[in-house]
Design a protein around this ligand. Structure first.
Ligand SMILES: [Mg+2]
Length: 210
């Protein structure tokens, strides 16, 4: 196995607390359950031929256009108006930084590893998520789906990441809480750690780079 020279970290759910409390807040504050979000997204995807969440994450549609489409998709499932205008505030408000993983990234950088972040994200959310952690102190490179026009687990986004690092894929390891993103990284030739909790992810990452 090639020596690992670069750590590539996901953002949401790895460098932050889990995303589930954000969905629970959306349920409590605007009355839309995670199940109904899923149902609406599937129905819209069938109708439009493209998942609007993925389109937003690729920067193909704006956050406003996404919320309008989602609003229309949710309407038949609910007995009230969805009122999604607070979606961003509630979703990001439900997330906190994950100090243990941020500290690990700091240590790995100090140990001489190259550090990159690879995130499926929303263009309009950039100032908000960047304010949650010391991005520029730790990461030399941020690959944000909304600015490169493709998203994990599409092969192209892993190619862009290794091209920008100037390293072979075999020298890179992704840490991500979404299994399909880890599988995509492995198909691209990288190693991957599927984050489930801090202790498990730190132990697996340390074992892989040792
Ligand atoms: Mg994630």
């Amino acid at each position: 196995m090639a020596e690992i020279k670069a750590i590539i970290s996901d953002f949401g759910g790895v460098l932050t607390t889990p995303l589930l409390p954000s969905f629970i807040s959306l349920q409590n504050e605007i009355g839309v359950s995670p199940e109904n979000f899923g149902k609406a997204l599937r129905a819209i995807t069938e109708e439009d031929g493209v998942n609007p969440l993925y389109a937003m994450e690729r920067g193909e549609i704006t956050e406003v256009a996404f919320l309008e489409r989602l609003d229309a998709g949710l309407a038949p499932l609910l007995d009230h108006e969805p009122h999604l205008h607070r979606f961003r505030e509630i979703f990001i408000g439900g997330l906190d930084a994950n100090p243990q993983m941020i500290e690990l990234m700091r240590e790995l950088k100090a140990e001489g590893l190259r550090m990159a972040m690879l995130t499926n994200n929303v263009r309009e959310w950039e100032p908000l998520w960047r304010a949650m952690l010391p991005v520029d102190e730790i990461f030399e490179l941020v690959i944000d789906s909304a600015f490169v026009g493709c998203r994990k687990p599409e092969p192209r986004i892993y190619e862009i990441t290794v091209e920008q690092l100037g390293l072979p894929a075999e020298a890179c390891i992704l840490v991500d809480d979404m299994l399909p993103n880890c599988e995509g990284a492995r198909e691209a030739g990288m190693s991957a750690v599927h984050f489930r909790d801090n202790d498990q992810a730190i132990a697996e990452l340390r074992a892989t780079i040792a």
